[in-house]
Write a protein that binds this ligand. Sequence first.
Ligand code: BGC
Length: 348
Amino acid sequence: MKALTVVPLKAGTAELSDIDEPPRADGDVLVETLAVGICGTDAEILSGAYGWAPPGRERLVLGHESLGKVLGAPAGAPVSSGDFVVGIVRRPDPVPCPNCAVGEWDFCRNGQYTERGIKAHDGYLSERYRISPDYVVKVDPGLGELGVLLEPTSVVAKAWEQVDRIGARAHWDPKTAVVTGAGPVGLLAALLGVQRGLEVHVIDQMETGLKPDLVRALGGQYHTGAISDACKEPDAIIECTGVGSLVFDAIEHVGPGGVVCLTGVSSGGRTLDVDAGSLNRSMVLENESVVGSVNANRRHYEAGAEALAKADRSWLERLITRRVPLKDWSQALQREPDDVKVVVEVAR
Ligand code: BGC
């Protein structure tokens, strides 16, 4: 079967390879891949900056934002033939650490977790894949191809869960939130914020076009300036860019008792002048929290699936700005100015 593979840590090595049918060891559920979303992590892997091949192998099958249709599942599995499903990305470490032992693999403590399509385990960008029933999530068939948005939605569902859990250490009745970045993660974070009944402000650079339109269509407010001009003392900030200056802007301007959740992975190597003393002073005197959040466990996939099921289909539809057939995979990897989410269609 065909699969998009790459040699991790070597730029320019992506190719459409012929590989063996998925190994039994990957699990008892056989899935036909329908579509796979492309994200910043894939771009990093393709640029040679990130990624690990499976042990003893040179190439990794790419793809972690999946949507597929079950071709076969054992009796008693939570999915059956014909179901639309998404594969969970991370697998617990083998030790396992205390978090992986209880299904909180997104909080793996020893770094020995694996991630499909990213770290030491083949991804979903192949015509078929196998998966254990424990790591497959059913999506509302009414979503059709929009189910491919579940993986990034699971990431923001986790981020919001962190915000709520930390906020709830005292009386927590948030009213306002700022989201920095109007890419797919930022827009999905804004969707979940609006679904929580919050006044949501999204900040990005484009003055006009699809991103501002999508924010307004959600009922959110779109801004191009600084956080302090967008919203005074927001209860929560979901930072989705990883841009250092925005990270510190968020920490400086979150409201008293507020929570800043960092979801963007920065590349590093850039330094900033920061008044560490006054930052510390305001964080202490106002009980502010900053939390990093990565990946998602089953609970977050389930919350994400619920959020997508109740979202406006036509709004979700506008997030997928390009669809590229597998044979033209290289087009999916080139970023175009109006791209929000680009999807590789593996089967129709
Ligand atoms: C994925 C996460 C993953 C992270 C780090 C992100 O793009 O959505 O599931 O944990 O990359 O590898």
